[in-house]
Design a protein around this ligand. Structure first.
Ligand code: MN
Length: 206
């Protein structure tokens, strides 16, 4: 039912308060029920008038927006990207302590970055460096882990990169709780990363 048009705003995979005290309940309500809902509604509105695209998956739309008729390129880029990125972000978190940390991905991070601490330092620097709105990502590219960022609702799917984790650094993701302190939000996010999910994503592309 959510593999193509009409898309629905799938529920969070945990309760709204499940990520407290790191990500607050009110932010989760606004972020999922208002911000993500708007991307879902806008994407459906674009596809309503594009019958030829109604059978395409979200990932296909995100990957192929450049090939679409010019009138829908930017609306699809922004809104399919907005739905894809937010689902990826929400699914990449879980209540603190629920996540496995002895998985292949964690071993790979330790091998490539030296330690989890130095990985987190690199990831935080990348997330802090996003100017304006966007995301920081951990991706797999040609067998190697890479930390990258994207602007607005762009995704790494178009570039031969396999996303494993993403961190939404739009201000709406943290402003209610952390105000202007993006660094504190990034630190809190590390406490709720769903390593099991990220590891499953890694295993599925290796
Ligand atoms: Mn967001």
């Amino acid at each position: 039912m959510n593999s193509c048009y009409p898309f629905e705003n799938t529920p969070l995979p945990y309760a709204y308060d499940a990520l407290e005290p790191y990500i607050d309940t009110e932010t989760m309500h606004f972020h999922h029920d208002k911000h993500l809902q708007t991307y879902v509604d806008n994407l459906n509105r674009v596809l309503q008038n594009a019958a030829g695209l109604q059978k395409q998956s979200l990932a296909w739309l995100v990957k192929n927006w450049r090939t679409l008729p010019q009138a829908v390129q930017i609306p699809i880029r922004n809104n399919a990207g907005g739905v894809y990125n937010h689902r990826f972000y929400f699914e990449g978190m879980c209540p603190s302590g629920d996540s496995g940390n002895d998985c292949l991905l964690v071993q790979k991070i330790q091998a490539q970055f030296g330690s989890m601490q130095s990985f987190q330092k690199c990831f935080k620097e990348k997330a802090l460096s996003v100017f304006g709105s966007g995301y920081a990502w951990l991706v797999l590219e040609r067998g190697q882990l890479r930390i990258i960022s994207t602007a607005n609702q762009d995704t790494p799917l178009c570039c031969g990169q396999h996303p494993l984790l993403c961190l939404d650094v739009w201000e709406h993701a943290y402003y209610l709780k952390h105000q202007n302190l993006r660094g504190d939000y990034i630190d809190d996010w590390f406490s709720v990363v769903n390593w099991k999910k990220a590891d499953a994503r890694l295993q599925s592309v290796m």
